[in-house]
Write a protein that binds this ligand. Structure first.
Ligand SMILES: Cc1ncc(C[n+]2csc(CCOP(=O)(O)OP(=O)(O)O)c2C)c(N)n1
Ligand SMILES: [Mg+2]
Length: 1021
């Protein structure tokens, strides 16, 4: 098939050329001569045009300029079919291929010219299938300037106008679309009419990039059907009703709240009926729940008309004087503007079913909500046992600017087919108003369409003229059908316009004067649809008037009612979380120690490998060591502590999910959660076997795509669905988390306060100074601490029976130093009546450090055992000095407070120097600050110089977080003030660490020296 391949490259060249000729269809224009809609260029010379019959062109001459990528793929397909079964193609093609491959049978066959004409026609058909969308009428404003590709010009294939009514032989095909209709002989005109109707109307289909024949055929069948959009009168009235609702809603808001920002949908109103029809169709096809993510534009309209959020409630949110029910004990978060809030409703569908709709709250950051929606959808699928992923579906709505511009779109799309992240297909709807704030598409993207990114995923893309109401409905329904049939993503690109400015008070004429001159005169899509229906005679003026009046009266009635509407904060809480405590309500504290027998039992279950399984030698040893740890109860390491936390939560019935880059093995080769048989390559996951017949997904550990923003966002969404999901995301190294900064800033640290939605997501960020250079040392602990909302100058209630310190704080930041404490802090996430994000500075060298070990007795709940204190066995927010100090140690000259792995280095140095008059305490929980325990230690060592020691530079690490809080704790006890807090650590630095190991070692030694020096430290004061 070499002759196909060569031409394939030409196809690519053709595409590239189109791209370089101009950015978008707002910049290019080519007007077709009205007298002939088919022929639009002079691709062949005038002599040929005059000729009544196209002249045969030798095949050799066709090779380069004639065949392009499109046609070559087509012929390739054809040849494959012929090779598999010569009878599957028409005799003419059989002849052709026989001739071509030199096995001519000598059969009389069809003349060479007929074959050539047929072949050219086939190429023309194929060109329409591939590039017909470039000629489609997509822009309601008719401002589009698109060059129609030469492949769509019949003249390019040697046909002339005189051929229009000539009959051509196109064969009989065992394929879908109109070629399958068994009409071997057709006139050129009828072929072109069909192609224009299918591919160049109000819908532009992009699907030929999909490399699966079955999918292309499915779409071709739908697209090339002669009557794709036939709606009954009743159906049309429903669509009209929905469009009137959509339009009136915006008009009503515009008239009642003239200056309020609402990011109206005007110019894109057909979105609403489109979405409703999509949801109805999806419900008919088995969807029960839809999770929606969307930006500001049209959000209120969608809430009111699609979700059926009570209109009075929407209106009351605009009212500055609206009343709030005082629900003592419920949330008092910061709240958010109305066009960011989430909500959920059950809504009846046209087909008489109920569908649950859930809109995820989002920040202003466009597209940031995308992965969150997908994660939430996946969690819904898990918890509703939706194995084939047909009952829960995600729908994402995008703007044209943001869909093309934001990288997280791509990062989210790339999760769509990954086994542990797929949701069985997302429907994307782009509200393509051809402008982004003030930016034209030509400045906003380099691709032809704003949707081109989706082609990487083999998703079909349906571009539709937003003024053609029924075309919008058609593609919306088609998208639902596609998703339910092929369980993969699909894109609907509604090309519309923005009637006003970016928001209601913006002036669009400043920047888009020409476009807005056209928009000003442009009739609304409702007017256009009404006209169409009136002309069809199916609907009368009275019918339309009746709907208008009904809608108007409901809007007015709801507006009046909104004055009396009392906003309930409870409106914002979601269902699976019933019984969970808000920060205003005291939550019970539970112990996290586990019964000894259970520990042993699960410990054995997760250290046994199947007999016939052959792990790598080193991994075998890891598992043998782990088995020994369980049997002896001694020296459990970090990975074992973590595995026990997972295993015990699993037996308690919780769903455990750990995801991130290379988490299965662990970046530092310590976890080995999935083991690979060295002979067969088979995989085994011991934590899948904690219980008999354990559901395979109950424990999920999954390597992810190389995306921080996308994957962290996904896991965040996953964690928000159900409080019984124990969800962790691990960064490869902690500093990579800044690739997901938007998730930390906009969701994790502030989501509960803004949107009253809790999450117990755990983020593991490897952190620690091992001399590996600036990019692998710091997880930027200081940033997480800086985002903590705990007041450094006020000590909250610390009495354990009244304490709400963590509930009131936005998140927890810990730097644990023992496997047992790590075990307890993980389990604490679940064993409480609220959820709170947990940031863990996780270790690197401590994973294998000889002293970073715990005994099993620190994990259990046995009184008298190491971990048991007067409350039971729990996470230790602060670990006091390891020496057996009494409540009062007057002889200690220095109290070194530190956090993380520097502790072990300090302790070794202390031993080396025999500096037993120095006490070292580990602050394991940095946020919220353990005031009570810090004060306990301050009291224990009344004469000690107080030192904060860290290995991070002064402007990083925990210093700036600790200093004011430690000072507050000291001042309350009369133990001095900020000048009495001494600092030992690296000096301020721009980079997080040195790139030279030697320098690192020197710096580290200096820190230890200073911390233990006999003289007072006297720094910074
Ligand atoms: C990540 C991000 N960057 C910038 C902005 C500021 N901003 C708000 S709307 C907007 C234009 C969005 O254009 P488009 O996606 O086409 O949506 P439209 O407003 O046209 O519906 C911009 C740049 C933002 N909200 N989020
Ligand atoms: Mg836009």
């Amino acid at each position: 098939m070499a002759w196909f391949r060569a031409s394939y490259c030409l196809g690519w060249l053709a595409i590239r050329r189109t791209l370089t000729q101009g950015g978008s269809y707002a910049t290019r224009r080519r007007i077709l001569p009205l007298q002939n809609q088919y022929f639009h260029s002079n691709a062949i010379n005038s002599n040929e045009q005059k000729s009544p019959v196209p002249r045969a062109v030798p095949l050799s001459k066709l090779a380069d300029s004639f065949l392009d990528g499109t046609s070559s793929v087509y012929l390739e397909e054809l040849q494959r079919a012929w090779e598999a079964d010569p009878d599957s193609v028409d005799e003419s093609w059989d002849n052709f291929f026989r001739n071509f491959v030199g096995q001519a049978t000598g059969s009389p066959g069809v003349s060479g010219q007929t074959i050539q004409e047929s072949m050219r026609l086939m190429l023309l058909v194929r060109a329409y299938q591939v590039n017909g969308h470039l000629k489609a009428n997509l822009d309601p404003l008719c401002l589009e300037e698109r060059e129609i590709p030469y492949e769509l010009d019949p003249a390019f294939y040697g046909f002339t106008e005189t051929d229009l009514d000539r009959e051509f032989f196109i064969g009989v095909w065992s394929m879908s679309g109109f070629l399958s209709e068994n009409r071997p002989v057709q006139t050129l005109r009828s072929i072109l009419t069909r192609l224009e109707q299918a591919y160049c109307g109000s819908i532009g289909y992009e699907y030929m990039h999909i490399d699966e024949r079955e999918k292309c055929n499915w779409l071709r069948e739908k697209i090339e059907t002669p009557t794709p959009m036939q709606y009954t009168k009743d159906r049309r009235v429903v669509i009209l009703d929905r469009l009137i609702w959509s339009t009136q809603f915006e008009n009503f808001l515009a008239s009642k709240m003239k200056t309020a920002k609402r990011f109206g949908l005007e110019g894109g109103e057909t979105l609403i009926p489109g979405m409703k029809e999509m949801f109805d169709r999806a419900a008919d096809l088995g969807v029960e729940c839809i999770v929606v993510g969307m930006p500001h534009r049209g959000r209120l309209n969608i809430l009111g008309n699609v979700f059926r959020k009570p209109l009075r409630q929407i209106f009351s949110e605009f009212d500055k004087n609206s009343k709030f029910e005082d629900e003592t004990g419920l949330y008092t978060g910061s709240g958010d503007v109305k066009y960011h809030l989430g909500t959920s409703y059950d809504r009846p569908t046209r087909g008489g079913k109920m569908i649950h709709l859930s809109l995820v709250a989002n920040p202003s950051h466009l597209e940031a909500v995308d992965p969150v929606v997908i994660g939430k959808t996946r969690a819904k699928q898990y918890f509703s046992n939706d194995l084939d992923r047909t009952r829960n579906m995600a729908v994402l709505i995008h703007g044209d600017g943001s869909f093309a511009g934001q990288g997280v779109v791509y990062e989210t799309l790339h999760l769509s087919a990954l086994p542990n992240y797929t949701t069985g297909g997302t429907i994307h709807i782009v509200v393509n108003n051809q402008v982004a704030f003030t930016t034209d598409p030509r400045s906003g993207r380099s691709s032809q369409y704003c949707t081109d990114v989706a082609k990487a995923l083999n998703a079909p893309i349906f571009h539709v003229n937003g003024d053609d109401m029924e075309a919008v409905v058609h593609v919306c329904e088609l998208a639902a059908q596609w998703r339910q049939t092929f369980h993969s993503d699909v894109v609907v690109d509604i090309v519309c316009y923005r009637r006003f400015g970016h928001n209601e008070i913006d002036e669009p004429f400043f920047t888009q004067p020409k476009m807005y001159k056209v928009i000003r005169k442009h009739p609304s899509s409702l007017e256009i649809y009404k006209k169409k229906l009136l002309e069809s005679g199916e609907v009368t003026e009275e019918d339309i008037d009746r709907i208008h009046k009904k809608v108007d009266s409901i809007l007015n009635e709801e507006f009046l009612n909104s004055k009396e509407y009392v906003q309930q904060r409870r409106d914002w809480l979601s269902t699976n979380w019933e019984g969970f405590k808000s920060p205003e309500q005291l939550s019970r504290i539970r112990n996290t120690g586990v019964n000894q027998d259970i520990l042993k039992k699960v410990g054995r279950a997760i250290t046994v490998l199947p007999e016939d399984f052959e792990p790598h030698r080193a991994v075998k040893k890891v598992y043998e060591d782990r088995a020994r740890m369980i049997e002896t109860g001694e020296d459990l390491d970090w990975a074992m502590g973590e595995a026990l936390a997972f295993a015990t939560l699993l037996v308690e019935g919780y769903h455990v999910r750990l995801s991130g880059q290379d988490v299965e093995r662990g970046t530092f080769s310590h976890r080995h959660a999935i083991i690979h048989d060295q002979k067969t390559g088979n995989q085994y996951c011991p934590l899948d076997h904690v219980m008999e017949n354990q559901n395979e997904e109950m424990f999920t550990v999954s390597n992810s795509s190389l995306s921080e923003f996308g994957v962290l966002g996904f896991e965040l969404g996953y964690s928000m669905e159900n409080p019984d999901a124990f969800v962790l995301w691990e960064g490869q190294f902690g500093d990579f988390s800044n690739g997901a900064q938007v998730v930390f800033d906009q969701f994790l640290s502030s989501g509960e306060s803004k949107w009253l939605r809790q999450t117990g997501l755990i983020v593991l960020l490897p952190h620690g100074y091992d001399g590996q250079g600036p990019e692998h040392s710091s997880a930027r602990l200081e940033r997480f601490l800086q985002m903590s909302d705990e007041n450094p100058y006020e000590i909250p209630e610390m009495d354990p029976t009244h304490r709400k310190q963590i509930q009131k704080c936005n998140w927890q930041v810990v730097n644990t130093t023992t496997p047992a404490n790590y075990f307890h802090v993980l389990r604490r996430q679940i064993h409480r009546e609220f959820r709170k994000p947990l940031i863990v500075m996780s270790p690197k060298n401590l994973l294998r450090y000889k002293f970073c070990k715990s005994n099993l007795s620190e994990f259990d709940d046995v009184q008298g055992h190491q971990g048991f204190n007067k409350q039971g066995t729990r996470f230790k927010r602060l670990i006091k000095d390891k020496n057996d100090h009494s409540d009062l140690e007057k002889g200690i000259r220095r109290l070194v407070l530190c956090s993380g792995k520097i502790y072990y280095e300090l302790d070794e140095e202390r031993q080396r120097l025999n500096a037993n008059d120095v006490a070292i305490c580990r602050v394991e929980q940095l946020c919220p600050f353990p005031y009570d325990l810090i004060q306990r230690e301050l009291k224990r060592y009344p004469n000690a110089e107080i030192v904060w020691c860290q290995e991070e530079p002064m402007n990083m690490g925990a210093y700036t977080h600790i200093a004011p809080r430690l000072c507050t704790a000291m001042m309350e006890l009369g133990r001095g003030s900020v000048e009495d807090i001494k600092y030992v650590g690296r000096g301020p630095s721009a980079a997080t660490a040195t790139g030279f190991l030697k320098i690192h070692q020197n710096e580290q030694a200096k820190i230890l020296n200073l911390a233990m020096q006999p003289e007072p430290i006297k720094y910074p004061y």
